[in-house]
Design a protein around this ligand. Structure first.
Ligand SMILES: *Cc1c(COP(=O)(O)O)cnc(C)c1O
Length: 804
């Protein structure tokens, strides 16, 4: 294990020989880069050792394919997992730098939108920690998720330059270029034996360049990699246009190729349908499968043994083309017969579904597909043909099954249903929380469940305690280690032992003072970023996540309006002072979500500038939500808002992060909230709202749109939106008003009263600090099973056939 001197010497040497800088001239950013390069060398030593032992052990390999990896910062996480945190801290101090100043220089790697991408990041941490031979595969976007600023109350998007070209964590492998064909057409032909042998002709080539980011498991034994591909143009291809003298066309082709990895699509839970997006998905899949086949054929020449050596996990349908690309490689390149190829593919692939909402389900027009991937389209037709023939044979009396199961949507423009492709090509299909997995079977694809019930399973999401407790909440981590020993970091079930301390008032007071410490730190951050002073003794109520109608930030802000009207119109006083924190980004094209951001900001301005609310109520919208900001907000929160319309949030993961950091939840019967409530105890969770089944009934009858007329408290609150109180332009929030009163799919007003009562109970309870923090302790104590280590063990044993 390297000591302080070694880190110092290596850092100075990196400054000098890799960055060409003298210590005395180095900025904080330079020191960050030099320290990161120093740490990466230690990771690399373990990486080679890992490669060696995984090869000796002939470990089955897991490939995790995801269009998003929301990594955030890496320095502190790597230092902790390698066990170098104290030494690096001291090394920086001895060189005259403050550790916090240096770590704050690291830009977040925001290669994801929200929960789905952050899940992938937690999973690669857990796979390395559990010593699984695994790699993540994604795209090295030049621009990650946009940076958000708020100007005049509105979201403004700016490009996110996360220094992708010179990140100290990435190693480029320009010697391992991959050639990916795209476009062209099919010529029907036969091989010498007279077998059908279609030829994919006149494609152009995209070049894939792999970049490796190293993932250190806790304890530093296993270092796996996350491989991110960037796209480049092929020189040889350009030459042929160059030779025709068409210089400008050659250059524009080159730019078109490079554009493939230029930018992350910022629409979360909404499908974009853009050609470039389909190209990105194919690009990821094609590069990854070249790596998989290369690594496998290096070890074995029996391709039929592939499923014994390899497992592929598809994070949502975005990489579902892996199924088709695998068939193409096996049939066209390895010359396997169809049935053998299909058997290998199905046994290797597994699919995680992340959504129940129709607007998020991926489909692609056949015409677009044919233009980009003519051979893949042929293969999908063949898969569908054989699949439907099989269904027709097994259920001859159920002809209606065929249209509902088909990989093609025939109504309107003909489209490929990516979820159907993913289900048919996989041996397992999982949801991400118990409720979600049930709804997949009952509502989303009931006919698939009918024909293949054995495929469907659940793996409830989890989050890594290394980042979300140990790194984000160092005081809580120290407390846990003192109470439980250091083992909790990799065995989070140990948290259960805290239960017996719940009646120890000294322990409960300690939980309270840890929370206060974190709140004070957040207050400093808020003061420095937004210039607003907030009282750390107030209750901190946070809703931080993507802005989406289904997540119902609008319900939260309506309740804030209700409290505000109570103070200014009825002269009420809140039992306890409250700070409402909001943070999150809206997809740039999602008008309603952007209007909700504007409403929150206008309400915040009005409430905060009104002297009558002083010392009682304040509202803050924190700009540019991202992982590093989440790490500050979550440990400082008293109340976690998890208030999605029941049946819409597949799992949620911020609900887990909050609860394991001692926030109490106000939440609906949705996603993993249900399991969290069971785990921490119903008396330590504020449940409200309609169940998924009730929501369905209300939607069917339209009754939720009548509530405005029958409930005066609700009417007063909703009318305030168009009263000019929050913006002189009374028509500004009219679209929200109309949505709530006329056609609200997310049933905000239906749950309003129940939410208001639960909020009232929260405030009453918060005025009893001893009881409140006892509940907080019991939340922490109950959260052991929401470690992503538990989730990954479930995938490994039930889906991948990997023991750990
Ligand atoms: C955990 C996390 C999310 C997911 O939050 P949900 O409330 O589960 O949607 C999104 N963004 C960031 C930065 C996160 O850390």
């Amino acid at each position: 294990m390297p000591g302080v001197e070694e880190i110092k010497n290596n850092l100075i040497s990196k400054l000098r020989y890799s960055l060409c800088l003298d210590l005395k001239d180095a900025t904080h950013a330079d020191i960050f880069n030099a320290l990161a390069l120093t740490i990466r060398d230690f990771q690399l030593d373990s990486f080679f050792a890992t490669k060696h032992y995984q090869k000796e052990a002939k470990s089955k390999r897991l490939y995790y394919l995801s269009m998003e990896f929301l990594l955030g910062q890496s320095l502190r996480n790597n230092l902790m997992n390698l066990g170098l945190y104290p030494a690096a801290h001291q090394a920086l101090n001895e060189l005259g730098f403050d550790f916090e100043d240096i770590t704050a220089e690291e830009p977040d790697a925001a290669l994801g939108n929200g929960g789905l991408g952050r899940l992938a990041a937690c999973f690669i941490d857990s796979m390395a920690t559990l010593d699984i031979a695994a790699s993540g595969h994604g795209i090295k976007y030049e621009y990650g998720l946009f940076k958000q600023s708020i100007q005049h109350g509105r979201q403004v998007e700016q490009p996110d330059d996360w220094h992708s070209t010179h990140s100290p964590w990435l190693i480029d492998h320009h010697s391992q270029l991959m050639l990916i064909p795209i476009g062209g057409h099919i010529e029907e032909s036969e091989d010498i034996d007279g077998n059908y042998n279609p030829m994919w002709m006149d494609w152009r080539v995209i070049v894939g360049v792999p970049h490796d980011y190293f993932v250190t498991g806790y304890g530093g034994k296993t270092v796996n990699k996350l491989r991110l591909y960037s796209a480049a143009a092929s020189d040889s291809f350009d030459v042929h246009i160059f030779n025709r003298g068409d210089y400008l066309r050659a250059v524009s082709q080159k730019i078109a190729s490079e554009n493939i990895s230029k930018i992350l699509y910022p629409a979360d839970e909404i499908q974009s349908g853009k050609e470039l997006r389909l190209t990105q998905e194919y690009f990821l899949v094609a590069c990854t499968l070249r790596d998989i086949f290369q690594e496998f054929t290096d070890k074995s020449d029996d391709i039929t043994a592939l499923p014994d050596a390899v497992a592929i996990q598809l994070n949502d349908t975005h990489p579902a083309l892996a199924i088709v690309e695998m068939m193409r490689i096996l049939v066209d390149e390895h010359r396997l017969d169809w049935d053998a190829a299909w058997d290998i593919t199905q046994k290797t692939c597994a699919f995680t579904n992340h959504t129940l909402m129709p607007e998020a389900l991926e489909t692609w027009p056949v015409t677009l597909f044919e233009k980009l991937l003519p051979r893949h389209l042929q293969i999908i037709y063949e898969i569908n043909h054989r699949f439907l023939a099989d269904v027709a044979e097994k259920w001859p009396d159920r002809p209606e099954l065929l249209a509902s199961l088909s990989l093609f949507e025939e109504r309107g423009e003909k489209k490929i249903r990516m979820a159907h492709l993913a289900i048919v090509g996989s041996h397992k299909v999982n949801g991400v929380a118990k409720l979600h997995s049930e709804l997949i079977k009952q509502d989303l694809v009931p006919n698939f469940y009918f024909i293949s019930p054995e495929k469907f399973t659940n793996q409830t999401n989890g989050v890594t305690p290394r980042r979300w407790i140990q790194q984000a909440n160092t005081q809580l981590a120290t407390f846990l280690t003192r109470q439980l020993g250091a083992g909790w970091v990799t065995d989070l079930d140990k948290l259960q032992r805290l239960k017996k301390l719940a009646n120890d008032s000294g322990v409960v007071e300690e939980i309270q003072s840890i929370k206060l410490h974190n709140k004070q730190a957040l207050c400093r951050l808020i003061a420095s970023r937004q210039g607003i002073k907030v009282d750390p003794l107030a209750m901190f109520d946070s809703q931080v996540k993507r802005i989406h109608e289904y997540k119902r930030q609008l319900l939260n802000v309506l309740h804030v309006i209700h409290l505000y009207l109570g103070i200014v119109e009825s002269g009420n006083t809140l039992i306890q002072p409250k700070v409402h924190l909001f943070s999150g980004k809206a997809a740039p094209g999602y008008a309603m979500a952007k209007l909700i951001i504007q409403l929150i900001n206008e309400v915040a301005r009005t409430v905060n500038n009104d002297p009558r609310t002083k010392g009682q109520l304040s509202v803050l919208f924190l700009e540019d939500y991202k992982v590093s900001l989440a790490e500050h907000i979550i440990p400082a929160t008293d109340l976690s808002e998890q208030i999605s319309t029941a049946g819409t949030e597949a799992s949620g993961t911020s609900n887990m992060k909050f609860s394991m950091n001692g926030a109490l939840t106000i939440g609906t019967m949705d996603g993993a909230n249900i399991e969290i409530r069971d785990a921490v105890g119903a008396e330590n969770f504020y449940l409200f709202g309609a169940t998924a089944a009730e929501i369905n009934t209300h939607r069917a009858t339209g009754s939720h749109n009548q509530i405005y007329h029958s409930n005066p408290v609700i009417r007063e609150t909703v009318d305030a939106l168009v009263s000019g109180r929050f913006n002189l332009d009374k028509s500004l929030f009219q679209p929200i008003y109309r949505m709530l009163t006329e056609g609200d799919h997310y049933c905000h007003l239906l749950d309003f009263d129940s939410y208001r009562l639960a909020q009232h109970q929260v405030l009453t309870d918060f005025s009893q600090p001893q009881q409140w923090h006892q509940k907080a302790l019991l939340n922490i104590a109950g959260m052991g099973s929401f470690s992503s280590d538990r989730t990954i063990k479930g995938y490994a044993s039930e889906i991948w056939g990997i023991t750990c």
